[in-house]
Design a binder for this molecule. Structure first.
Ligand SMILES: Cc1cc2nc3c(=O)[nH]c(=O)nc-3n(C[C@H](O)[C@H](O)[C@H](O)COP(=O)(O)OP(=O)(O)OC[C@H]3O[C@@H](n4cnc5c(N)ncnc54)[C@H](O)[C@@H]3O)c2cc1C
Ligand code: FES
Length: 288
């Protein structure tokens, strides 16, 4: 079923819950986002009604409450856009367009979904776990961060009964090391059929894609490029992709054709696709 079109409206901030460090949970009222969002979709939003800062910022939809017409975001404050949003008080307005983008696709029946998150990349997996649970599916979360302070969204998974494996670079919580190491350890226990889903920093997504390719597992990744408009007009978000049926790589808009993509189709920075290498070699042979 095609997604309903995104709706632009002034969204009132209903609640603001500061967390440790640079993190905050923000709940906005926006009926269409609350009622029709799917996991992996996002909103383009900016604080206030003024023209400054000029561009909205993209954020994954953490959770929705259709009965209250509200949705929730999990923000890491890093620059002007996120600081302005985090400084809103209940009752303040934000300009919000959504829901946008392509959601995650659930795995086939009988598969366990392994949800691999880095930092604020945990956001889409709250909604995805709910969707999977409603459909009778199984999920397991691997949640990595630099330290325990970066793993702020754990309680909703405990409430849903979804197992969560925390990992930290400094060993302050859970597995001491990379999140992909914990995924590998779990795969070595020989679970049944699994599908990988990943959201987080590019190096982590790339590592998950390599792991999936090595083990022959299906994987979807939610990419995190810079986005200016969210609707396919500015071309600020283009990513280099190549599907199995395409003879050579080409650009796709992550905002309209993603942000969720099949990991096998992403041409990762610094890694030419093997198909492109074959093409280039063939072209240079022909030219001689
Ligand atoms: C589909 C999507 C979903 C996202 N979901 C979330 C979310 O749930 N929670 C959350 O906290 N953030 C999320 N982000 C990232 C968020 O959009 C950026 O952190 C935000 O735009 C930064 O805006 P700013 O004005 O505060 O900082 P800016 O001044 O715009 O940026 C500050 C610094 O961060 C870098 N930066 C900006 N945007 C990104 C980005 N997308 N990826 C990596 N580095 C970036 C800039 O290059 C700069 O160095 C998401 C991004 C995308 C594309
Ligand atoms: S963000 Fe403008 S085209 Fe994708």
């Amino acid at each position: 079923m095609p997604s309903p079109p995104p709706v632009n409206r002034d969204a009132v901030l209903v609640s603001r819950e500061p967390l440790d460090g640079p993190y905050v949970l923000l709940t906005f009222r926006h009926a269409e986002v609350a009622r029709s969002s799917r996991a992996g979709q996002f909103v383009m939003i900016k604080a206030g009604l003024s023209a400054e800062p000029p561009l909205r910022r993209p954020f994954s939809i953490l959770s929705v409450d259709p009965a209250a017409d509200t949705f929730r975001l999990f923000l890491k404050t890093i620059g002007p856009g996120t600081h302005a949003l985090a400084a809103l008080a209940p009752g303040d307005l934000a300009q919000c367009l959504g829901p946008l983008g392509r959601p995650f696709t659930a795995p086939p029946a009988g598969y366990e979904a392994l949800l691999v998150a880095g930092g604020y990349g945990i956001a889409p997996f709250h909604l995805f776990s709910e969707e999977l649970r409603r459909a009778g599916g199984r999920a397991r979360v691997f949640y990595g961060g630099r330290s325990a302070a970066d793993l702020q969204v754990r309680e909703p998974f405990a409430r849903m009964g979804v197992p969560l494996v925390p990992t930290t670079d400094d060993g302050s919580l859970g597995h001491h090391g990379r999140v992909t190491e914990a995924v590998e350890q779990y795969l070595d226990t020989r679970p049944g059929p699994v599908a990988l889903y990943a959201c987080g920093p590019d190096p982590m997504l790339h590592a998950v894609a390599r792991l999936a390719a090595r083990r022959g597992l299906p994987a979807q990744v939610s990419l995190d490029p810079w986005m200016g408009c969210g609707v396919g007009t500015c071309l600020g978000c283009v990513v280099w992709m190549q599907s199995a049926s395409e003879p050579r790589p080409h650009y796709r808009c992550a905002c309209t054709e993603g942000p969720v993509f099949d990991a096998r189709e992403v041409v990762w920075p610094g890694e030419e696709s093997s198909r492109a290498r074959v093409e280039a070699a063939a072209a240079s042979t022909e030219a001689r």
